[in-house]
Design a protein around this ligand. Structure first.
Ligand SMILES: Cc1cc2nc3c(=O)[nH]c(=O)nc-3n(C[C@H](O)[C@H](O)[C@H](O)COP(=O)(O)O)c2cc1C
Length: 354
């Protein structure tokens, strides 16, 4: 079958990356509102339905392990379309309490040779109230939904906990899990919150406010030792899992870096996987582990699963490979499972750790 995305990509990649994203978003919103039958058609083409891929995590059924990472659908406006493209979960956000424009443009760049992106978006989003109205009309949805939350840029460091508390209370009824984001490089000093003392205070305060699982999303730019201790602190205070990782500020990973923002995609793969492995070594079977960062194909995803990831997430490879990427990865995972003699994804997950 001809991959029409390779043709569409030629046009999209001629546009400024943020404009291309905006166009894709318009297309998905339009289809959702005015041509929902196209979504049903897409779902029958892209959604892989196979018992062997199903698993229950924190009481929620995940039909496949490949989710769309935070930042693609910041305003929870494309959930139905993303689900139709075969993603097994959608993490919407990052949402901040108040609407925010984000950083100055241009703030999104392609590194085509390296199949990577560099972004300095800065949590541009429509804000809690508007997004709550939208998501309350959709939730609960067949595809599990995660709400990724962050502080406003203007909120003082000492008031950061209040922003997270407000968001946890507001979004708990409208998600299957919450993800606390303190790992974006694009909000000044946000990453400084990745310390044990703050993480403990934050989780202690937030878990009291919800019966939904809260996960911590971490940066790949801390040492493996630091990552383990920060995650241990969160888990001690009731965190339900870890998402590793966000983008990196290691600009040596691409040939023509900009001097702002974080790098994602293939250039991030090794760094992200390395951190993930050290976390899995420590926490596999003790908590829910989600791996993100440079996953571009079934082999990449499968390797993360074998190392202990319950789920994986992608963003950049969706831009480079197009709408069929989740389908290809899920089909590929099934083939690799067959080859290794796993009859269920649950047997494959963490098999390298056993
Ligand atoms: C343009 C862009 C925007 C992003 N925005 C967010 C965000 O708002 N919140 C967040 O937690 N991660 C955000 N991310 C990070 C992704 O969720 C993911 O962790 C990272 O890109 C690594 O995955 P990938 O290599 O598959 O892209 C963003 C990434 C990109 C490329």
């Amino acid at each position: 079958m001809m991959d029409y995305y390779q043709f569409l990509k030629k046009i999209l990649f001629k546009l400024d990356p943020e404009r291309a994203h905006w166009l894709a978003e318009c297309g998905m919103k339009f289809t959702t509102d005015f041509a929902p039958f196209l979504l049903s058609m897409a779902a029958s083409k892209y959604f892989v339905t196979d018992d062997r891929l199903e698993q229950e995590i924190f009481g929620v059924k995940f039909l496949n392990p490949v989710g769309i990472a935070a930042g693609f659908d910041k305003n929870a406006a494309m959930i139905k379309a993303l689900s139709a493209f075969g993603f097994g979960h959608v993490e919407y956000g990052t949402i901040t309490p108040k609407p925010q424009d984000g950083n100055e443009k241009p703030r999104l760049f392609r590194h085509i040779e390296e199949k990577s992106l560099q972004n300095a978006m800065g949590f541009n989003n429509e804000g809690m109230e508007k997004i709550l109205k939208r998501i309350s009309k959709i939730y609960p949805y067949t595809t599990p939904l995660g709400a990724n939350i962050g502080k406003n840029k203007a909120t003082l460091q000492e008031d950061a906990t209040k922003d997270y508390e407000e968001l946890v209370k507001a979004f708990s009824p409208f998600c299957d899990y919450l993800a606390i984001n303190i790992s974006s490089p694009n909000t000044p000093n946000l990453r400084a919150l990745q310390n044990e003392k703050f993480i403990k205070e934050l989780f202690r305060a937030c878990v009291k406010l919800t019966n939904k699982p809260i996960l911590l999303k971490i940066s790949p730019d801390i040492s493996e030792k630091e990552a383990v201790s920060v995650c241990a602190a969160a888990l001690e205070e009731g965190a339900y899992g870890i998402i590793a990782t966000n983008t990196t500020i290691d600009y040596s990973l691409v040939t023509n870096p900009k001097n702002i923002g974080g790098i994602s995609g293939e250039a991030l793969k090794e760094k992200s996987f390395k951190i993930f492995k050290s976390l899995a070594k420590e926490f596999y079977n003790k908590t829910v582990l989600i791996s993100a960062g440079g996953i571009g194909n079934a082999k990449d995803a499968y390797e993360r699963l074998l190392e202990g990831a319950n789920l994986v997430q992608i963003y950049t490879s969706f831009i480079y490979e197009g709408p069929s990427v989740a389908h290809k990865i899920n089909k590929g995972i099934l083939e690799l499972m067959d080859k290794d003699g796993f009859s269920s994804i649950k047997d494959a997950i963490g098999s390298k750790r056993k």
